[in-house]
Design a binder for this molecule. Sequence first.
Ligand code: PSU
Ligand code: MN
Length: 308
Amino acid sequence: MSHPLLDLHPDVARALGEGRPVVALESTIVSHGMPWPRNLETALAVEAEVRAHGAVPATIAVLDGRLKAGLAPGEIERIARAGPQMAKASRRDLPLLVSRGGSGATTVAGTMIVAALAGIRVFATGGIGGVHRGAETSFDISADLQELARTPVAVVCAGPKSILDLGLTLEYLETHGVPVLGYRTDRLPDFFSRESPFGVDARLDEPTDIARVMHAQWSLGLTGGLVIANPVPAEHAMPREVIDRAITQALADARAQGVAGKALTPFLLERINALTGGSSLAANIALVLNNARLAAQVASAYARLGPA
Ligand code: PSU
Ligand code: MN
């Protein structure tokens, strides 16, 4: 699909025109989710993983006022080098960046919006935003959830990170009619570990089964997205006590320093990386690659089903 504010990378435009599989990738994970230079290495490796599994990667961002679906390596490097200096672009930030000619790295919500404009239906990331712990007083609920409620893109992730309130996140998704599908699991993975105390709506064991649910959802005119929860590979899962201790400490630090709003999630991610001495970074990289692979398989299966 073309839009006057959107630039499609030529490879992405060609694949979409020919009905071949494309996988959207977010850029906040590059700017705010990982430190330089591992962020650049990972972003390039994730693109390669998508290609190796038969799909075309479309990393999404806003650069100099233009929405971009598919970046050149130099553009990914620009975002990676800028790190947290780059604006974090969710739904409410897009109009400001576009009107000012600004640049921003897109969150899950921002990426879904641009992917949908481009006609891309599958998106791979690490973890989604959700309902924060204490949201009953802070009202901090990620715009990612509202986007999943309204925008037709399937998001492959390793589950919501347990910095969030997983139970409330699932309640929100249920209220808004967003299916939460477990890939080869009955339990909701919580990013660093393969299982949380919560279940998923359905377990699906093959990418084709997932593609069929997407196709049915959109054929029915149900316009929102889906969560495809793919557990971290077993060899990279982190011991529950280690990660719980880091999360408790990170949340206490955020409270003590009065961190809130859009700064909260990046602050918690960075603190957890620091407190776990880099082992959480290794897990993060492994699970993003794992999600890129599944997303490429789902996009391929979805492309075979034809338009919904
Ligand atoms: N959770 C993670 N890793 C991430 C993010 C969340 O485990 O990188 C990023 C994603 O870009 C997500 C955003 O869309 O944080 C959510 O931010 P907020 O809670 O401010 O909506
Ligand atoms: Mn928030």
